[in-house]
Design a protein. Sequence first.
Lengths: 339, 339
Amino acid sequence: MHDRFLRACRREPVDVTPVWFMRQAGRYMAEYRALRAKRTMLEICKTPELALEVTLQPLRLGMDAAILFADILLPLEPMGASFEFAKGEGPVIHEPIRTRADVDRLRVCDPEEGLGYVLDALRLIRRELDGKTPVIGFAGAPFTIASYMIEGGKSSSYQLTKKMMWSEPELWGDLMRKVSEVVRLFLRAQVKAGAQAVQLFDSWVGSLSVEDYCAHVQPHVRHILADAMTLGVPVIHFGTGTSTLLEAQRDAGGTVIGVDWRIPLDLAWSRIGFDKAVQGNLDPLLLLAPPELAVERTRAVLRAAAGRPGHIFNLGHGIVPETPVDTVRAVIDAVHEGI
Amino acid sequence: MHDRFLRACRREPVDVTPVWFMRQAGRYMAEYRALRAKRTMLEICKTPELALEVTLQPLRLGMDAAILFADILLPLEPMGASFEFAKGEGPVIHEPIRTRADVDRLRVCDPEEGLGYVLDALRLIRRELDGKTPVIGFAGAPFTIASYMIEGGKSSSYQLTKKMMWSEPELWGDLMRKVSEVVRLFLRAQVKAGAQAVQLFDSWVGSLSVEDYCAHVQPHVRHILADAMTLGVPVIHFGTGTSTLLEAQRDAGGTVIGVDWRIPLDLAWSRIGFDKAVQGNLDPLLLLAPPELAVERTRAVLRAAAGRPGHIFNLGHGIVPETPVDTVRAVIDAVHEGI
């Protein structure tokens, strides 16, 4: 049953609950660390053969879907906002986007040109996995991408981002429109290149009130997802800290709504509505706990989702580098074993 | 009506909604920055006359309560876990608490000895403000304090904290019990020294699932709050990112439940129950927006709380240093003007 992930996205019956993990290809795996000792993150992203290699690495653990190895910030470079991953500091945007001139100089790039290497990697991955494991493409959502652009990197408060949103709503709108159009085109190109599902990562949108989300973010997400929903593949709409935004996110679009660990999955699903599929929602740090506890909590997530089709097991956010591979394997096995 | 804050905590009728701000004495004020140019944060905390001076500084803006100038980490030093505020980095705990030996060497200190300077400051403040403005004492909640102890400073993931909680539940319980007992005694001593209300800051507890909160945190918070509720003063129970924890926090105790901006105040209050007072819930970064917008959103908060007694206006978290004083004043005036 290699299509159980896609079937669950469509809320069709499955043999067992499908499972994959955000950042399932990453530093917790020795193979990945060995490659990273020789290559930078961006070199891997920009070399389709290496992106393929890394994408495939975790699949021996038994995940039901592969996710393209890439980064949500890759569109920044072809848009004209160069950045790097500084050692131990995360992404650093060389010239943060803060003024009208900054926004105006951003290009709505053609992904086939500026992000061709991602699409090439996807084509390789799809060819390699075709008929075996479905492959997920992805992009960052406009709020999350804009927050990196404006803050210059990862923020804990989104102070400059919110300040622009409130103080210069026209400038904010123009920035969001440019980013959203790039993301829309990028997801479309990924599906054309072979992605069998796509995920929109609005990782940091949980910092907003419901009012601000609906006024300043939702219309832009809707622009992307309304188009993505016409592409014939499942669309996963993900965020963290979004307990109060779930209904608004559902209304913005998506076949599957991602849920983090801060809200019990059954409560989240009842608020989203059982006519949508859900993905989640183990705390990723539980993979650092004793494996018996990680498995126990995995079963609790399965119980919360039991009795109806449309659950994809995942973490509430990405795997952390310190995660033991054996615990990942134990959780995957527990998901497939069922309750 | 200088008792409107205390009356609102008790859900008694008030002339206008009371307002105060977390971190209302701080770097956004020129007087505070001038003093900080000469003195460190800890020097101010440890010199009752200076703590008094700083506590009084913001009151000219019209707040309805004063909050003791101190820091939630002050109990660490008398417990045997020294720390400093490193320039631009926040608190740094010199020897993080991670092993059985680390927990065992922590002392359940007598606040009258180890934290006498805080109590002296409170006595000065109460004498100065008596009959004019009520004074709020405070302490950090055990999860939030323990997270600093274990991580060695502010964390974004609470990785080591959660790992101890799950992997060494006995050690975690012992640490939480020691911290909780210190906090319980400290709040008791603060009320004896003149605090007319106390606030428990569980600032980082929103990183937990409901299940983990109830299993690993709530019993310890209850230990503190059950005692605090016998002291005859209102007890404010505050956290951020707690949209899914509100019922569990209410059950743990408190006269007033603090609510952040991620959940609409009326929805939060209906979940907490109208037999409790609520405090909140403007996004503190709205004070960086144009003053008209900050005032508009202030009125929206007032509207969400209208029609019943028991609302204390506040931010969802502390004022940031970049906040213009004039906007603070405009928001206070708008609260007092009403809808």
